[in-house]
Design a protein around this ligand. Sequence first.
Ligand SMILES: Nc1nc2c(ncn2[C@@H]2O[C@H](COP(=O)(O)OP(=O)(O)OP(=O)(O)O)[C@@H](O)[C@H]2O)c(=O)[nH]1
Ligand SMILES: [Mg+2]
Length: 330
Amino acid sequence: MASSNFIDYVKLCSRSGAGGAGSAHFRREKSVPKGGPDGGDGGRGGHIILRGNAQLWTLLHLKYKKHVIAEPGQGGQGGLMTGSEGDDVVLEVPLGTVARDAETGEFRFEITDDGQEKILTPGGRGGLGNNHFKSSTNQSPRYSQPGEPGIEEWIILELKLLADVGLVGFPNAGKSTLLSSVSAARPEVADYPFTTLVPNLGVVEYRDFKSFVMADIPGIIEGAAEGKGLGTRFLRHIERNSILLFLVSADAKDIKKEYRILLDELRRYNPELLDKKRLLAISKSDMLDEELMAEMKKEVPEDIPSIFISAVTGYNIQGLKDMIWQAINE
Ligand SMILES: Nc1nc2c(ncn2[C@@H]2O[C@H](COP(=O)(O)OP(=O)(O)OP(=O)(O)O)[C@@H](O)[C@H]2O)c(=O)[nH]1
Ligand SMILES: [Mg+2]
């Protein structure tokens, strides 16, 4: 389970549309007693297409889409009318999505650019109308081609997750509890420091099928840069995150001070980490009454957007997601 945490994975049945049949029609008009073949071609069946979308971060929106089916093309008609093409089905996927054949594991392609489109399962070609089979020896062919069948295949879409939000906090701050309350990830939670020893990633569902990835990493303590606690070796996991969410527990004696210590450890590990956008959440706010919270609000650092939350009661969790989403997309 631990490793699959890092990969978003969807298996789906992709079925393209069959091509429409060519027509075997003959021109029939009062003024033209012996009209020639005028059967039009069948239309192409719909493709299943993948399109890169830089606004998507996960494959969550495809998780429950087991079957993807495109329309067949229409048959050709008399008067050399080509049948209309079946509508394509376009699946939007995040950049970095890899498509594989589910049976053989064969690599098909990777979507790397915003707006890039690749045909995953091509629609069947339309059949040719009888008009194409006219020859010097046969002026009135009665046959036309059938359309090519569509293809049905099982496909795996895979995406290596890069976390958008990294959680930074002391041991026991409630990082893992927060991750498990906003995502399907189930990191271990316990009332002692260093419960989390390896990073966990979770996909956080946001409004309208949008989502982002949150990384829960082991707690950091003062002196981590010199190797205290688990040291800073896990900080490399947040080097590629777009924003950092600092978590300080509501029972901290001095919120500002804890925040400064965390900041300082990050700076000593890699000063570039401080170029990232930062948010601060005061966790375990269910332990505060209103009066106490009002008092503490005066003590939070002013130079960072902050919010009081409780992962246990759900207090302000939606507000936190809004803040994160805004920060990621600014
Ligand atoms: N009252 C309350 N307790 C919480 C809340 N969130 C976490 N806790 C408790 O705080 C303790 C630590 O929680 P964890 O989520 O394991 O903390 P962590 O930051 O992941 O800790 P490490 O993995 O050791 O760094 C547990 O006993 C949790 O039940 C909260 O919102 N309210
Ligand atoms: Mg933890």
